[in-house]
Design a protein around this ligand. Structure first.
Ligand code: NAG
Ligand code: NAG
Length: 297
């Protein structure tokens, strides 16, 4: 007879389900969909991490396809972004692998695990493939990790956020990789009294379906002294082959491979011969860290 304690039994189930479906999101108590999309408080939710691919704009925008945008954070739970400072979120494939639950399963990596040599060994890779599938981070190794970004809109209602007022302000190259992820902020001005809306985005570079990730947050800027305003953002452009094609200044998030609403199109292969994948990296004209060139004045 096999005896399992309830906690190890649920972990066992989770390990199975995460293999099949889990991808990844940035987690913080200020996020939408932290508790899942059922209206209860699901400690094992992965609703926010589901990939977005070939969807109508109304569905991919802020992850409306599974109603994540309809589950705002509890009052008072806001992502606080210090002007000219840094803020930390957790990259994870499921809420249970973050500090956002009691008795979490925390590891150095995004699935609650430790690895001795992830990306340089065969750990997490299937036979015959260079791609890491456990955890499901769509990369071969840290160097190839595509990069992730945060964007901000100076609107207090999610319904007022558009691609013309949502501006990428921080990029973290070579992520997602580990659970703890710290992003740098530029000298952002203060948000309106009702706060701002932020979004996290990730476009993996190969190693699976070329889908996108988008999670909403209630956010605010702390200790803002700047009176500068943020410029209207332009769509970024592929410029790995020609730096003069990089779009300078305030940029939109990357909207790609959806049925409608894309702002980037690429074809052909990149410098290492892989199909071009527009991510938050120098290939799309994004510098690492705080985006200090987003101001209008
Ligand atoms: C804001 O400024 C105060 C006073 O200068 C400082 O004590 C505090 O740590 C700052 N907060 C952040 C989030 O930077
Ligand atoms: C990372 O993976 C890429 C693609 O498989 C490979 O070309 C590169 O050598 C790897 N880098 C390291 C540091 O292992």
């Amino acid at each position: 007879m096999l005896l399992l304690a309830p906690s190890s039994f649920s972990l066992f189930l989770l390990a199975f389900s995460s293999c099949a479906t889990a991808h990844l999101a940035a987690w913080h108590k200020g996020m939408y969909c932290m508790k899942g999309n059922q209206g209860n408080d699901d400690r094992n939710t992965n609703d926010a991490v589901q990939p977005l691919y070939q969807l109508q704009k109304a569905d991919w925008w802020f992850h409306h396809n599974n109603k994540c945008d309809e589950f705002p954070p509890d009052d008072g739970n806001v992502l606080e972004i210090p002007a000219n400072g840094e803020f930390t979120v957790e990259h994870a494939v499921n809420r249970v692998f973050t500090t956002l639950v009691d008795n979490p399963v925390l590891g150095t990596y995004v699935n609650g695990q430790e690895y001795s040599n992830l990306g340089e060994s065969r750990e997490g890779k299937e036979p015959g493939s260079e791609c890491i599938v456990e955890p499901n981070i769509h990369t071969q190794n840290e160097t190839m990790a595509a990069g992730t970004a945060f964007a901000i809109s100076y609107q207090s209602e999610l319904s007022a956020v558009t691609q013309d007022n949502l501006v990428v302000f921080s990029v973290l190259y070579q992520t997602p990789w580990k659970r703890i992820a710290t992003y740098q902020a530029p000298d952002l001005p203060a948000c309106p009294e009702g706060g701002c809306i932020c979004a996290w985005g990730w476009i993996p570079n190969g190693c699976g379906e070329p889908s996108s990730y988008m999670v909403g947050f209630k956010c605010t800027v702390m200790n803002a002294t700047s009176k500068r305003s943020i410029a209207s953002p332009s769509p970024p452009a592929w410029c790995e082959d020609d730096q003069s094609k990089c779009v300078k200044g305030a940029k939109q998030m990357i909207y790609w491979n959806q049925a409608e609403g894309n702002n980037v199109e690429v074809d052909g292969t990149d410098s290492v011969g892989q199909p071009k994948s527009p991510g938050y990296s120098a290939k799309m004209g994004f510098s690492n860290g705080a985006q200090n060139d987003i101001f209008a004045d």
